[in-house]
Design a protein around this ligand. Structure first.
Ligand code: HEC
Ligand code: HEC
Length: 310
């Protein structure tokens, strides 16, 4: 009996040891100082302009601190390395070698005060997969325990703007100069050989007016996304969802979307043109305060860094 219990304890101890070996965290010394030094050189050259000299965030989000850990703290290092390799530097992505991405990740760990160790962080994805950035930050990202499912943000605010509001409102703005009820014209001769158009694909499936309907619905329905808690802007600043003027601008957007839908349902080009002015105003009112920062030289990165603050 005794031996059985002892054997049981031993095997669960062994299991814990094996588990500890399989899943490590960045607190276990998973990179070397010299690797982080290489990463630092790369970072200064290719990343600091957007993410800041001290990884504090500038026109791009911070790569250290609680905001960074809230997003990445529970993820394996392979995800972080893949994000860097595939999409960074944002102005010239896809050029870093796997070993360079591992070096930059090491520097990010060092800057985040994770201890160095005796072995370099491997460039191998499988090896990186077994290392979680930091244990104990799960609380920050866990969904609240309630009956209603949580819908955490999947993208930053600029991505929501570019993915939903930009294409949808362009469809509505285009009604000013194009009649959605006009019969579709055949494409220009030789269109078959023209480059593939991502935006036109599938455009023939719904009628012109239906497309305007759906665009208006998309605008109205996406207005609450302006108020999703926890979303950040491209520069890493939190979307100011609690500010009264921000809430007012979001409501204005929703109302403009509904007005565009009512106008589209009237199948009146004039009514939609009028509604499109209301829509443009709703974009403008918020952008004036939170996006298009005045008093900066054109291209000054400080303007992008100031977005999403009043
Ligand atoms: C031209 C500006 C620019 C440069 C240069 C740049 N980035 Fe970024 N980076 C961004 C922007 C904008 C975002 C936010 C949008 C996104 O997640 O793609 C971002 C996001 C990130 C993220 C995700 C941060 C988060 O919290 O979600 C990481 C990690 C990152 N960059 C790493 C790097 C590294 C490492 C380099 C250098 C090799 C680099 N970036 C260079 C603009 C830049
Ligand atoms: C409640 C405020 C608000 C409203 C309403 C709003 N926007 Fe935005 N928009 C922003 C902010 C803030 C940014 C910058 C986001 C960032 O940097 O992450 C932005 C960015 C954008 C961008 C990206 C610009 C770039 O840098 O590439 C586009 C496109 C855009 N908005 C279109 C629209 C359109 C079209 C509408 C109206 C149909 C609209 N927005 C309504 C606040 C708003």
């Amino acid at each position: 009996m005794r031996t059985l219990v002892a054997a049981g304890i031993l095997s669960s101890l062994l299991a814990a040891v094996v588990y500890a070996q399989q899943i490590r965290t960045a607190n276990n010394g998973v990179y070397t100082d010299s690797q982080a030094a290489r990463g630092r050189t790369l970072y200064r050259e290719k990343c600091a302009a957007c993410h800041g000299d001290a990884l504090e965030g500038k026109v791009a989000p911070p790569l250290a601190g609680s905001a960074f850990l809230a997003g990445w703290g529970t993820q394996p290092l392979s995800e972080l390395a893949a994000k860097i390799r595939n999409t960074m530097p944002a102005d010239n992505p896809g050029k870093l070698k796997a070993s360079e991405a591992a070096d930059v990740v090491s520097y990010i760990l060092q800057a985040g005060k994770f201890p160095s160790g005796r072995n370099e962080l491997s460039a191998d994805e499988g090896a990186q997969k077994s290392i979680i950035l930091a244990a104990g930050t799960r609380q920050a990202t866990a969904a609240p325990a309630s009956q209603t499912p949580a819908f955490p943000a999947a993208g930053n605010l600029a991505q929501v703007m570019r993915g939903i509001l930009f294409p949808s409102s362009n469809i509505i703005f285009n009604v000013q100069t194009n009649d959605p009820g006009a019969p579709a014209k055949p494409g220009p001769a030789g269109a078959a050989t023209a480059a593939f158009s991502w935006t036109d694909w599938g455009a023939g499936i719904y009628s012109g007016w239906q497309i305007v309907d759906y665009a208006a619905v998309a605008v109205a329905e996406s207005a609450p996304l302006m108020l999703t808690p926890g979303r950040r802007c491209e520069n890493g600043k939190p979307v100011p969802v609690d500010r009264p003027d921000w809430i007012k601008f979001s409501l204005e957007l929703a109302e403009a979307g509904r007005a565009a839908y009512r106008a589209s349902q009237m199948r009146s080009q004039q009514a939609v043109s009028d509604a499109s002015n209301q829509l443009a105003d709703s974009c403008l009112h918020c952008h004036e305060v939170y996006r298009d920062k005045r008093g900066f030289r054109p291209g000054d990165p400080a303007a992008a860094a100031a977005r999403c603050t009043p």
